[in-house]
Design a protein around this ligand. Sequence first.
Ligand code: GLU
Length: 513
Amino acid sequence: MDEFYLCAMRRVRVRFAPSPTGGLHLGGVRTALYNYLFAHQHGGDFVLRVEDTDRTRFVEGAEQYIIDCLKWAGISPDESPAHGGSYGPYKQSERKELYRQYAERLVIDGHAYYAFDTPEEIEALRERLKSDGKENLQYGHQSRMLMKNSLTLTEAQTQELLKSNTPHVIRIKVEPGINIKFTDLVRGEILMSTDTVDDKVLLKADGMPTYHLAVVVDDHQMQISHAFRGEEWLPSAPVHVLLYQYLGWESEMPCWAHFPLILKPDGNGKLSKRDGQRLGFPVFAMEWNDPNLGLIAGFKELGFLPQAFINMLAMLGWNDGSGKEIFSLGEMVDAFRIDRVHSHGAKFDFEKAKWFNHEWIMKLEADELVSYVLPWYEREGYDISDKDVVKNVITMVKDRCTLLSDFIPQSSFFFRKPEVQMELINGKWNEKKTAFFKTLIEKWIAMDAWTHEGLEHSFKAIASEMEIKPGELLLPLRVMLVGGKFGPGVFDISIILGKKETLERIQAALGML
Ligand code: GLU
């Protein structure tokens, strides 16, 4: 039975395994999303494992931030440091004690060795080899016998150093000439040689495992059936496959998939957090206070709906082949196929991201949309006590909004008297128009029912009596009510503003002419 068939038969358990080193970048959320879709599609489990073994890159608050981002995006895990689960702890620093036994087992079995070289000694060897014309030689099969490790020292010397607590690491012993073969669900058959693979450190001097050891031990212990991650990890795959073999877990090795990179808009390399600042678009899901770059707004703060954000992300590297672009999370769960994930990088396009958001603003049910817009109105201090008014306003202006932030300029005149751009009226003004608006005010004051039909009917009747084209009067009316040349239909606006406010605005503008 081949390894692919074996992993396909297991209960689906996938994991998103970020390192808490900073803001959650687009690419990270997409990896989480594809894992989530795959898990839900197969009725499996989606695990969040925090890979915090590199204490030098650890950033306070990053773990909670990752959990918050997944929650906002609607793709929360089933098991995590926050949610618990039967395979915990889900934070590698809390599993520290677990890893050493495996590293030592590998040493006993001859697949790993203790290395006592100080960083200075390694540097000195590099320099020496460089002068011999061996540029960039790594710690591996070509150099390990020149170093201070349990392969070059006697057993007694090694034991002596260990007993005296001499700082040391454990390295995997990678023999050259081994062909590593595995099936990648995105890239197909992968064949890699160990010739250029170095002897990666498995256990560090501080007793912490490196990513390579921890990822294999944890995926195995947590019974991960499918390991999906970014393509930057493809070169490390041979080390992981070897570890599965050496630890005797080969038959339980997960199925792999390496997702393509999200590229800069010009296709020139991986999208970085600095690109966002340079090119003026977000790269993080939510606001992140970066130690070097300061406070960086995320998609959320810029006014993206989470539905649009994950829809856009899903399409950066996958489609269902039908040309359909708008998917809800539930629809994606049904339509997603791991073998339809592209193997080449996808260029990030901010205009397209905004297009998704606009589509989702149009698509959401009114009540749901209101729940997303309300915090924006609240922040502006708008009176949102009348829920029907708020819902009407939002429904009326939504087709003019690309981002949730657009609801402010598009609807502020409903909540506040606008600054009227009189120059838009002044140029083509005449006495006849003054007379029209005076008559209109009288007519509207006398109107019993304040209805769209009533307002429109009287407006047109007076215009025709005075022989003025309604088109010449609608723009001034709009400017008087809204402040500028935009917004939904003027009679609809008047209905929401109400009689008193509508008449006050017309009167105030007439007074300024
Ligand atoms: N900790 C790794 C990262 O942050 C995880 C890679 C993996 O999923 O195996 O990219």
